[in-house]
Design a protein around this ligand. Structure first.
Ligand code: FES
Length: 373
C-alpha cells in the first residue's frame, strides 16, 4: 500500500500561474477545472488525497485586489501529475464560482497555490483497511480522491460512500463515483440519498440528518460501524455535525473521524465569538514567520492577526477568511489569542497549538505565529 504523499510544506507554498486545459460541465451549476502542471512544478504540486488548491484571480473583486477561493482536488494521487482537477459549484453571489461556471475557458490562466489542507488520512493506511464517508453536495470532491487513492493503493481495502444530494441532476461527479463501483464492485459500496426526490433504490427522500444516519449506518455496515478504520465527513456544517454526532452515538472513536466543512450558511453554526474587551490589550504586536523570514508588526484595534500580517506580507496564506478552509493555519509560538470561530482545525491541532490567523485576535500584548510549521 502506498502511503499518502506528504503535503507540500509551508516553506514551498507559493502561487504559480497555471493554464486551464479543460472546463467540464458536471451539473447545471458545477464544473470540473483541470490545470496543466508544467514539469518543473510537478513536485511542488504533489498532493495527498483530500487536499485543496487556493485559486486567485487577479484584478477581480470589489477593489480590484483579486479574489481567492479554495477548491478540493478530485483526482486520485495516482493521476497523471501533469494535470490537477478541482470541482467548482456555483454559489449564489459567488464571484469566483460564477466566473468559473460561466466565463472561464480552456487556455485561461489563473494563479494557483500549491496544495494545502489536512483533510484525509493522517497516517499510513492499515493493509486491508475499511473506510467510509458521509458527504453532502460538493463535499464529494475530496472524498472521490480519497476513495480512489485508498482502493487503488491496496487490493484489500474497502470503502463505503454515503452521499446526500438535492436531486440526481444536481449530483456532482455522478459518473466518477459510478466508475469506482464498476472498477471495484466488491470493495466499493455506494449509497445515494436525495433530499428532494426518491432514489432508484427506493430510499426515502429527505435530509440525511443525525437520526436518519443512526438508523441507516448499522443497516449498511452491520456490526462494523465502530470498527471502520477511518470515517471522512465532508459537506455543509449541519450535515457534518449531524454525522459526527451519529457516529459518536454508534460508538465510533473520535480519532477515527476526519472532517472538512465546506459551507457554513445553513443557520446551524454557532455565532462567532467577538474578542472581549477585557482580554484585548490596548496595544498588541504580532511576530510572524513566513517562508523562513520573520517580521514584527502592530495589530490595530479590531484587526485579526491575518489582517495585520497581510498589511506587511502579502504572501501570507489565506483563502476563505471565514474559519472554514484552514489555509491560514499557523503555530502559536508565544502569547494568547481569541478565535472568533473555527470550522477547520481538529481538536488535536488546537491542542498542539495551532490557530487560524484569520479568526485570531491578540489576547496578550505580544503574539508570535509561525506559518511554516
Ligand atoms: S483563510 Fe480560511 S480558515 Fe482562515
Amino acid at each position: 500500500m502506498t502511503a499518502p504523499a506528504p503535503a507540500a510544506s509551508r516553506q514551498q507554498a507559493a502561487f504559480h500561474p497555471l493554464t486551464v486545459v479543460r472546463v467540464e460541465r458536471l451539473t447545471e451549476d458545477a464544473v470540473a477545472l483541470t490545470f496543466a502542471v508544467p514539469a518543473e512544478l510537478r513536485e511542488a504540486y504533489r498532493f495527498h488525497a483530500g487536499q485543496h488548491l487556493a485559486i486567485r484571480r487577479r484584478g477581480a473583486g470589489g477593489n480590484g485586489g483579486g479574489v481567492r477561493r479554495t477548491y478540493s482536488i478530485c483526482s486520485p494521487e495516482s493521476a497523471d501529475p501533469a494535470e490537477l482537477t478541482v470541482g467548482v459549484r456555483e454559489v449564489a453571489g459567488g464571484e469566483f464560482s460564477t466566473y468559473a461556471n460561466r466565463e472561464l475557458t480552456a487556455g485561461d490562466v489563473l494563479e494557483v497555490l500549491t496544495p494545502a489542507g489536512r483533510f484525509g488520512l493522517r497516517e499510513r493506511p492499515r493493509p486491508g483497511g475499511h473506510y467510509a464517508a458521509i458527504v453532502g453536495g460538493s463535499g464529494i470532491t475530496p472524498v472521490l480522491s480519497i476513495a480512489a487513492t485508498l482502493l487503488a493503493g491496496d487490493p484489500q481495502a474497502r470503502f463505503c460512500l454515503v452521499r446526500s444530494d438535492r436531486t440526481a441532476l444536481s449530483t456532482m461527479f455522478l459518473e466518477e463515483a459510478a466508475d469506482l463501483k464498476d472498477r471495484w464492485p466488491e470493495r466499493f459500496q455506494l449509497v445515494q440519498t436525495l433530499s428532494r426526490e426518491e432514489t432508484q433504490a427506493g430510499l426515502e427522500s429527505g435530509r440525511l440528518d443525525e437520526g436518519r444516519l443512526e438508523r441507516l449506518l448499522p443497516a449498511l455496515l452491520p456490526d462494523t460501524v465502530a470498527a471502520v478504520d477511518g470515517w471522512f465527513l465532508c459537506g455543509p456544517y449541519g450535515l457534518v455535525q449531524g454525522a459526527e454526532r451519529a457516529l459518536r452515538t454508534l460508538g465510533v472513536a473520535r480519532r477515527r473521524i476526519h472532517q472538512e466543512i465546506f459551507h457554513v450558511d445553513d443557520g446551524s453554526a454557532p455565532p462567532p465569538v467577538a474578542p472581549s474587551a477585557d482580554r484585548t490589550p490596548d496595544q498588541a504586536s504580532v511576530t510572524a514567520t513566513l517562508d523562513g523570514r520573520s517580521g514584527n508588526w502592530e495589530v490595530r484595534p479590531g484587526e485579526t492577526l491575518l489582517e495585520a500580517v497581510l498589511r506587511n506580507r502579502s504572501d501570507a496564506p489565506y483563502a476563505c477568511k471565514g474559519g472554514v478552509c484552514g489555509t491560514c493555519r499557523a503555530f502559536l509560538v508565544e502569547g494568547e489569542v481569541r478565535m472568533e470561530r473555527n470550522f477547520a482545525l481538529e481538536p488535536d491541532e488546537l491542542e498542539a497549538g495551532y490557530v487560524l490567523a484569520c479568526q485570531s485576535h491578540p489576547a496578550t500584548e505580544r503574539v508570535e505565529l509561525d506559518f511554516d510549521r
